[in-house]
Design a protein around this ligand. Structure first.
Ligand code: SAM
Length: 283
């Protein structure tokens, strides 16, 4: 028996009209739709009068479902994989299934459509010739700072996903790690009623979001301009900032300042002001 096809189908990230005609056709014709959350996908299917059977396929049952779905595919039936919004596998479930299917020689067909990252990039006004999609920053404060720290010298435009719960904390961490002057864009509720693009420096964006509760609602893509070609002087400043920031996690302010002064030859009073700014940005 010939194997079935696994379709990886992009669905809207807000506006239900943002789905391709081919995607609608495929969702109608496959034997089974594997959906991240069947309750979430139901309105979309209803909207397009699609009555294909659905099966849930989310993070918690992903591994167990891979075996079942590959069996379905190997029996010659076709499956469409969809997530709650946008392109499956992009900060969404699906990777183990696609990998396993690829290993088994099953045909995998992408059915392209929206993804919040490409939508945001296309309208942000930041360079798009090179970009790095980083996904969600870690939730833990220390881990988040270290994780962002690894991107400090990246020249490509950085693209992050963030939720309303952590948008302020993440922006604060970005100010701390990349510096408040770095140019950035916050794309919120893209393709939805309250779509907003905020453009400015990280400092400006943080204060706008802090001051306006509406700007903390919904879903976010945060785009940060890549590191400027910059002088070695500037790179050194960034390293000093990172070092100070890390030592402030472990030591009293005075001790952290004294150590950084000793290690880098920077003036204590300048480092003291810098340390105070870092502390304030963490409140
Ligand atoms: N697979 C999806 C995609 O292709 O964009 C992403 C899924 S991920 C679990 C959800 C995150 O994507 C949200 O927390 C937010 O960061 C971003 N996102 C999704 N829809 C969005 C929208 N309409 N506007 C802004 N960001 C959005």
């Amino acid at each position: 028996m010939s194997k079935g096809v696994l379709y990886v189908v992009a669905t809207p990230i807000g506006n239900l009209d943002d789905i391709s005609m081919r995607a609608v056709e495929i969702l109608r014709e496959v034997d089974l739709i594997a959906a991240e959350d069947t309750r979430h996908t139901k309105p979309l299917l209803r909207h397009y009068a699609i009555d294909t059977p659905m099966q849930s396929f989310h993070e918690h049952n992903e591994r167990a479902q891979v075996a079942k779905l590959t069996e379905v595919l190997q029996s010659g039936r076709s499956v469409a994989l969809v997530s709650d919004a946008g392109t499956p596998l992009i900060s969404d479930p699906g990777f183990p299934l696609v990998r396993e299917a690829a290993g088994l020689g099953i045909r995998i067909v992408p059915v392209p459509g929206p993804s919040a990252m490409t939508c945001a990039l296309s309208a942000a006004g930041l360079p798009t010739d090179r970009f790095l999609f980083a996904g969600f920053p870690p939730r833990n404060q220390g881990q988040r700072r270290d994780w962002l720290g690894e991107l400090i010298r990246e020249r490509a435009t950085l693209v992050f996903y963030e939720s309303s719960h952590r948008i302020v904390a993440s922006l604060k961490a970005m100010v701390e790690v990349f510096g408040g002057e770095r140019e950035a864009v916050i794309a919120r509720e893209v393709t939805k009623l309250h779509e907003t693009f905020l453009r400015g420096s990280l400092d400006e964006l943080l204060s706008q979001v802090e001051q306006d509760a509406n700007q903390r609602k919904g879903e976010f893509v945060v785009l940060v301009a890549g590191a400027p070609a910059g002088s070695t002087e500037m790179q050194a400043e960034i390293v000093v900032d990172q070092l100070l920031s890390r030592l402030l996690d472990e030591l009293p302010l005075k001790r952290a300042v004294a150590l950084v002064a000793e290690l880098t030859g920077n003036k204590k009073n300048k480092l003291y002001d810098q340390a105070l700014r870092i502390k304030e940005s963490r409140v």
